[in-house]
Design a protein around this ligand. Structure first.
Ligand code: MG
Length: 358
């Protein structure tokens, strides 16, 4: 089997209210890998708010596609390395790794389809359903928005909800956490996410102030570029630190693990290097008993979490735009893995006609 063509496209998917108070849309850069035997693998990556999408697509078309045409798509390890070694002047973080991730996801989809099996089975199934947590809780939300989204999350059986706490006024964050905890009671888990917005000392102060509200994890306290500062926060607060949505490849996660910068890792399959690299990161973490709660793309990450011993939670959102032919199913707070071959996802006709921009 040979790769005959890789067709790229872009979808701008509108965010629903109240999420659209934070960003109006997310952008998917799509790579459809087509073979001489008629099989097609669907690869994609997602740019939050659309930032960088045209650059990712250009990198994919200019630097990756020419190197892949004519290759056997089932030699995924060889092709991943070929993409990684494609140039020596752009470090494989950010734009290049979003593009490599999209292709890798498409190659694995193709491989699963070629053998008629879903990916979680090919990787050695541990389970067939994975618990989700509710993401959202943006800084632009009112407290009423927070409470409503959290309660809707708990209503589908999830036991964890995450809110943002990166407001510059520390006490404003504390009051929002206090109000949400008061509204939802003590029987559910609350998670907080700083999104790299605060410095080390402000993080320590904030974490100490919200510790009495029983916080499950404290996410991405400082700039992702500064692992040593994240490690300092992790050492000096009593809430477990989670990080990794802005980290890339086994090398980046090795540094987080070696520096003890996090108790929980949040790799994003659409950024960190695709399924190939996400599996390596999960196995590296397993050797340290560090658990994995991937960032975004639950429909993809569910395959990996169902096949590793150190799965924690999938990021799900109750406020999302349906875009799939078959939407992921969450019952009693658990997402079932699809039985369809490959990753099993395809954009719905309605989503394509509404959101495809070119
Ligand atoms: Mg985050």
């Amino acid at each position: 089997m040979k790769i005959k063509a890789i067709k790229t496209s872009t979808l701008n998917v509108s965010a629903p209210p109240p999420r659209n108070t934070y960003y109006p849309h997310n952008t998917y850069v799509v790579a459809r890998i087509q073979t001489d035997e008629g099989l097609e693998g669907l690869g994609y990556t997602q740019l939050v708010g659309g930032d960088g999408a045209s650059s990712v697509r250009a990198y994919l078309e200019d630097n990756l596609v020419p190197r892949l045409l004519g290759e056997d798509p089932l030699h995924i390890g060889k092709l991943w390395q070929k993409m990684y070694d494609a140039d020596r002047g752009l470090r494989k973080k950010g734009i290049p790794m979003y593009a490599i991730s999209a292709v890798d996801i498409g190659l694995w989809d193709l491989f699963g389809k070629s053998v008629g099996r879903p990916l979680w089975q090919l990787w050695g199934a541990v389970t067939d359903r994975v618990p989700v947590y509710g993401g959202g809780g943006f800084l632009s939300y009112t407290v009423e928005d927070l409470v409503k989204e959290a309660e809707a999350t708990f209503a589908i059986g999830a036991r964890h909800y995450k809110m943002k706490v990166g407001l510059p006024n520390v006490m404003e964050n504390v009051e929002r956490v206090r109000a949400l905890r008061k509204a939802v009671g003590d029987d559910v888990h609350l998670l907080v996410d700083v999104n790299q917005r605060l410095d080390v000392h402000t993080n320590i102060r904030l974490a100490n102030l919200i510790e009495p509200f029983n916080i499950f994890w404290y996410e991405e306290p400082v700039y992702a570029d500064s692992i040593s500062q994240c490690a300092e926060v992790a050492r000096r607060i009593n809430i477990p630190v989670a990080t990794g949505e802005n980290e890339y490849t086994r090398y980046g996660f090795r540094d987080i693990v070696e520096q003890k910068a996090a108790a929980i890792l949040n790799p994003d399959s659409m950024r960190c290097g695709g399924f190939s690299e996400l599996l390596k990161i999960c196995h590296l973490a397993a050797a340290y008993d560090i658990r994995i709660a991937p960032h975004l793309a639950p429909e993809l990450s569910v395959h990996v979490l169902a096949a590793i011993p150190n799965a924690l939670l999938l990021e799900w959102s109750i406020t999302r735009t349906p875009i799939w032919r078959e939407e992921p199913r969450v019952v009693d707070g658990l997402m079932s893995v699809p039985s369809r071959p490959g990753h099993g996802m395809e954009f719905s006709e309605a989503a394509l006609s509404k959101y495809l921009v070119k």
